[in-house]
Design a protein around this ligand. Structure first.
Ligand code: BES
Ligand code: MN
Ligand code: ZN
Length: 501
């Protein structure tokens, strides 16, 4: 993984090295450890703050080079705003802000993890460290040279100075695994579609075996035998054969029903015969963002040895126009037995999911099932890039997702389902058709279609077309592929299973 940031924990008493980072509130007050680190330079900071109008606002930075009276090469003061207003999720952001100030080749960095009212909690210091790693990620594998002013990926050796080294290390261990999962998901989304086609995607998912995940790869023959005619209908237009990958992590009680995650893995979506316009079509390499999230999530759960039973299932295809591609008007038979009339071959994600959802619901009888899919352009129209669309047949699951979204900052907004929408997707020739026949409610009719393939499993669908890729850069993400959903669902699982981990 292109992640050259090393994070370690040291006691407050350790010698300061390289760049010094301290925190202050909106009254420019420091904690004891920061004041000790600054020594007589506290006055200098006060004067510099006045000159540059630094007021300690949350996430703002005062940056001093070669500060007089300090042995460090640079001093970065990060504002946390009003102390009483600092929320848990801010610490990830503070980490991102710090990493955003560092340049490639920045040597050693010491982050003094305290606030005006005392040392940070181990979880808070760990979140800062995680935020640094998330921000530092950059996808530059295919750049053979750098333009002027373009930075290489960050390399840095970060020492988090904390009150309790062992406790902070312990808190960071799972967080760091979750960051690995997010970075893995980003990598998969960023990879070009000539490199990451279904077979290669399956091979990468199979690498989770190293973490103790059991991985089963269904090839075309196996899927034909299962009757996955909806997924196979999409796949048939490509020279790259489709795959379904089932990942199982059994860290929970033996025999206990799992929780399940299903991802849309369209490695490239041309639209098929209902071909898309050329403008921005290259972005459809990210149409496997749901599958990428599921792989990243399974990585995180397995690597942190979560005490849960979890299934991850991804449907991998490439949607291409071809002499053998499926046509509008075709009728395919899904694994559930329901027949589907193809109206638009560009509504392919729901066809892939129809079979994988049915497979997972009937084979594993999960406690609940969440799918993620870059499913509709309409969700971008409705929600933009800040919230994913949430659709669910289960109130408790929907509430849990909304809560995890608020806590992690990977937010979801609930959208409706309802039998009233069924008439839009009823077909005159088959059991169901693959579009609503109108742009109206496009994300809803897609979700209503999926619901016909989940049986009575408690289920939620996340339409991540606006959040998985091309979303605005943030303090903790500078990458086109955002890895959206890994932290959201990791938190959902943690809260669902484990009161405390
Ligand atoms: N992969 C697209 C949805 C998409 C659009 C994702 C923009 C990310 C950004 C999906 O397969 C698709 O083409 N959906 C169609 C459905 C329509 C044909 C009913 C759409 O949204 O236009
Ligand atoms: Mn499409
Ligand atoms: Zn698609």
């Amino acid at each position: 993984m292109p992640d050259a940031v090393k994070v370690g924990f040291v006691p407050f008493s350790a010698a300061l090295r390289g760049i010094l980072v301290v925190f202050c509130d909106d009254a420019l007050k420091f904690g004891d450890a920061a004041r000790k680190a600054l020594g007589s330079a506290v006055g200098l900071v006060g004067r510099a703050a006045a000159t540059s109008q630094f007021k300690g606002k949350s996430g703002s930075v005062l940056d001093l080079l070669e500060p007089q009276g300090l042995k460090v090469s640079r001093l970065i003061v990060v504002g946390v705003g009003k102390r009483s207003a600092v929320a848990e999720r801010d610490f990830l952001k503070f980490g991102g802000v710090i990493a955003g100030k560092l340049r490639a080749g920045s040597e050693a960095v010491t982050v003094v993890s305290d606030l005006p009212d005392g040392a940070m909690e181990p979880e808070q210091a760990a979140a800062i460290a995680a935020g640094i790693r998330l921000r530092a990620y950059k996808f530059d594998r295919y750049k053979t040279k750098k333009k002027d002013g373009e930075d290489a990926a960050l390399r840095a050796d970060i020492s988090m100075a904390v009150a309790d080294v062992a406790a902070a290390r312990k808190a960071f261990a799972p967080d760091s695994r979750i960051v690995d999962g997010v970075i893995l998901a980003r990598e998969l989304v960023n990879e070009p579609p000539n490199v990451l086609f279904p077979v290669e995607f399956a091979r990468r998912a199979a690498q989770l075996r190293k973490l103790g995940v059991s991985v089963e790869v269904l090839d075309v023959k196996a899927m034909t035998k299962l009757g996955m005619g909806a997924l196979l209908g999409v796949a048939q237009g490509s020279t790259h054969p489709g795959r379904t990958v089932i990942m199982r992590w059994n860290g929970g009680k033996r025999g206990e029903a799992p929780v399940a995650f299903v991802g849309k893995g369209v490695c490239f979506d041309t639209g098929g015969i209902s071909i898309k316009p050329a403008g921005n079509m290259e972005e459809m390499k990210g149409d496997m963002g749901g599958a990428a999230c599921v792989v990243g999530l399974m990585h995180a759960l397995a690597a942190r040895k979560a005490k849960v039973n979890a299934v991850g299932a991804i449907g991998l295809v490439e949607n291409m126009p071809d002499g053998n591609a499926q046509r509008p008007g075709d009728i395919v038979t899904s694994m559930s037995g329901q027949t589907i009339e193809i109206i638009n071959t560009d509504a392919e994600g729901r066809l892939v999911l129809a079979d994988v959802l049915w497979y997972v619901a009937t084979k594993f009888k999960p406690k609940f099932m969440v799918d993620l899919a870059t499913l509709t352009g309409a969700i971008l129209v409705a929600l933009g890039t800040e919230y994913a669309g949430l659709f669910s047949n289960n109130e408790e699951l929907a509430e849990r997702l909304i809560k995890s979204g608020t806590v992690t900052g990977e937010r979801v907004w609930r959208m409706p389902l309802g039998p009233e929408y069924d008439k839009m997707i009823d077909s005159q020739f088959a059991d169901v058709r693959n579009t609503g026949g109108s742009r109206n409610g496009g994300s809803i009719t897609a979700a209503q279609f999926l619901q016909r393939f989940v049986d009575d499993t408690p289920w939620a669908h996340l339409d991540i077309a606006g959040t998985a890729m091309g979303a605005p850069k943030t303090d903790i993400n500078q990458s086109w592929g955002s890895g959206y959903g890994v932290r959201l669902l990791e938190r959902l699982v943690a809260d669902y299973y484990e009161a405390k981990r």
